[in-house]
Design a protein around this ligand. Structure first.
Ligand SMILES: [Zn+2]
Length: 400
């Protein structure tokens, strides 16, 4: 039975009480368990219908629902949730529990000819656990094989999605390690909590993320150095340049002498001025491309890509497939292709659609706040050490 803390409302012969129970409350006794029947709610189920199936008076509950305002929760039962009913054989039911979700349950208890409704808020035990694995086919398949739920796999992909291209960039032998919370209720696992720390090694590059929770318990992820895992782009790919043509849906093309959309921004600068990658990523293509002249396309992640055109030459170390860091020199300003003079034509694509890089708002990529830095650094150290161990043990276990 749940511990109860005080009546919060009483209406006539019925009342609603609020109770808070913790995960270490004693489990029900065997005798108590025997009298319970458990129903998993199916689509279209009603409380009176379920009671009737159990051989109970279905009409009575309708009157209870009508007389206790808070009992409206029973009017709409959600498929997949659980209803527990305690009744001795041939007797009217004594207690009914509707588990409305993992953290909340409603108890309706018969007391003579009145009913008492209690809302129970369940405080879970959280336990920390970890998994590690290697990529053989896909993040989903290998994540599941390692024991991650679909929800955790999605979270993992979201955390590292700015650095790792999960659609095209995974390679066999990439590795991951995840430390996360599990929620327990009376010794049984009822769900997953937050990812606390994670590591992903993608094509030899190591990425780590550490959760920092605000007062509401909402987790934000940072690198161990306290930088946001969400990346921002450099505003300009060419230093000391001036914008000679802005992004527009229609402009008069100086070479073609006709009106055309300009799906990028032009930066005028002398031939040979270095051009920087505006964010880290992988070079998708590098070469001559019609009116673009010498052109580089960088895919940053599944969402963002950038284009650098009219280059005079490339950074000779780079090939299609090379990784580039944010700010790295990838080539030099020129006037190859359709260009009246030396400039960089820069395009910014979001999900394949040209967007204006000068006005695009990047979602929050702020580092850890100054006042939280010390606290975060302590946590980051602890979790990093644990990631070292989890990753190493997994590697030993797999013989790699
Ligand atoms: Zn242009």
């Amino acid at each position: 039975m749940p511990r109860t803390d005080g009546t919060i409302q009483a209406t006539g012969t019925e009342s609603i009480r609020q109770a808070v129970t913790s995960a270490d409350s004693p489990p029900p006794s065997a005798a108590e368990r025997d009298a319970w029947s458990v129903t998993t709610i199916r689509k279209g189920d009603t409380l009176s219908g379920i009671l009737a199936r159990e051989g109970q008076n279905g009409g009575e509950i309708s009157r209870v629902m009508a007389s206790i305002p808070e009992a409206r929760v029973f009017r709409r039962l959600y498929p997949g949730q659980t209803l527990r009913l305690r009744a001795e054989t041939g007797q009217p039911w004594q207690e009914l529990i509707y588990e409305n979700g993992p953290t909340e349950a409603f108890h309706l208890v018969r007391q003579g000819n009145r009913f008492e409704l209690t809302r129970e808020i369940r405080r879970f035990d959280t336990r920390t656990t970890h998994v590690a694995g290697a990529i053989e086919s896909s993040l989903f398949e290998d994540g599941q094989n390692a024991g991650l739920s679909d929800a955790l796999i999605m979270k993992l992909a979201e955390i590292f999605g700015w650095d790792i291209d999960f659609a095209l960039g995974l390679r066999r032998g990439d590795r991951f390690a995840v430390i996360y919370e599990e929620k327990y209720w009376r010794g049984q696992k009822v769900g997953d909590g937050d990812i606390l720390a994670a590591e992903f090694i993608n094509q030899g590059r190591v990425f780590r993320a550490i959760a920092y929770r605000d007062n509401d318990g909402h987790a934000t992820y940072y690198t161990p150095e306290g930088m946001s895992v969400r990346r921002s782009f450099l505003r300009t790919p060419v230093a000391f340049s001036r914008i000679t043509s802005r992004f527009s849906r229609s402009r008069f093309h100086p070479v073609l002498k006709k009106w055309r959309a300009h799906h990028g921004v032009d930066y005028g600068a002398p031939t040979g001025t270095p051009v920087h990658a505006t964010a880290s990523g992988r070079i998708l293509s590098l070469g001559q491309y019609g009116g673009y002249g010498k052109r580089i396309v960088i895919r940053h992640n599944a969402t963002f890509s950038t284009v650098y055109a009219h280059l005079s030459r490339y950074n000779t170390k780079l090939r299609a497939g090379s990784f580039v860091e944010q700010g790295q020199t990838i080539g030099y300003v020129g006037s190859t292709g359709l260009a009246t003079g030396p400039h960089l034509h820069y395009e910014f694509r979001v999900n394949g659609v040209h967007r204006n890089p000068l006005t695009f708002r990047f979602p929050g990529a702020t580092p850890i706040a100054r006042e939280q830095r010390e606290d975060f650094a302590r946590m980051a150290k602890t979790w990093s050490e644990r990631l070292d161990i989890v990753g190493r043990n997994a590697q030993i276990a797999s013989g790699n």
